[in-house]
Write a new protein. Structure first.
Length: 224
């Protein structure tokens, strides 16, 4: 999730903890208890959506990803192959293991795993750059791999941010409605008979980053 959503989730969790603590005060009020249940269910939807998005394969999520991915795979496999020849010539088993890479391996890995392989190959290429000139590996070829890695990093970060924000926005909008239009107003029932509950609820409502919304507490502690 993006920063604004994380901040809002922190506030929601604080509100739910407060509601759970004072549940005996409203358990006999069906509309109030039902709204609390709806809020909890929507928060579960947010958590589920976030987990699904973080675990999902981003293949095809962003236009042009296939080209960027292909460039990363080709550049990585090319440089890794030459490094493997160097490893064989120098009988360097450790290097040989680090650069044991195939196209199928790259395509089968998750985005971050494939990126990790590419970074490892790039690091070995830099470490052996001077020797690799005898194998036809120029600084330009190493730079092409570095560029492919950078483009892939940007693509992944952009796709993850867009997917997570879009997928959870509607659920956060639902929590806004449940809080602003229902619970905040229903809480007025407890202002006099249960001031501790009333104050704790609105204190929790105010635990929210300024990046999330321009909220300010009213005189009675209610979010405006």
């Amino acid at each position: 999730m993006i920063d604004k959503q994380i901040a809002k989730q922190t506030m929601l969790e604080a509100v739910v903890r407060t509601l759970d603590e004072f549940e005996p005060l409203y358990a006999h009020i069906p509309v109030f208890a039902g709204t609390v249940k709806d809020l909890k269910n929507t928060m579960k939807d947010i958590e589920t959506e976030a987990l699904q998005q973080s675990a999902a394969d981003l293949n095809g999520a962003t236009a042009g990803k296939q080209d960027v991915e292909t460039a990363l795979v080709n550049q990585t496999v090319t440089v890794a192959g030459i490094l493997s020849v160097l490893a064989a010539d120098t009988k360097n088993g450790s290097l040989a293991e680090k650069v044991r890479v195939t196209k199928s391996m790259m395509y089968q890995r998750r985005d971050n795993e494939a990126l990790g392989i590419a970074r490892r190959v790039h690091a070995e290429a830099l470490a052996n750059a001077r020797v690799l000139t005898a194998y036809g590996v120029s600084q330009d070829l190493i730079y092409m791999l570095e560029t492919a890695i950078a483009r892939y990093e940007i693509l992944i970060a952009t796709a993850e941010s867009k997917q997570t924000a879009a997928g959870t926005d509607r659920f956060f909008a639902e929590t806004d409605t449940l809080l602003n239009d229902r619970l905040d107003k229903l809480m007025r029932l407890f202002k006099q008979p249960a001031p501790d509950f009333y104050a704790a609820y609105f204190n929790a409502r105010n635990i929210i980053s300024s990046t999330t919304c321009k909220c300010r507490p009213a005189e009675d502690g209610q979010v405006e």
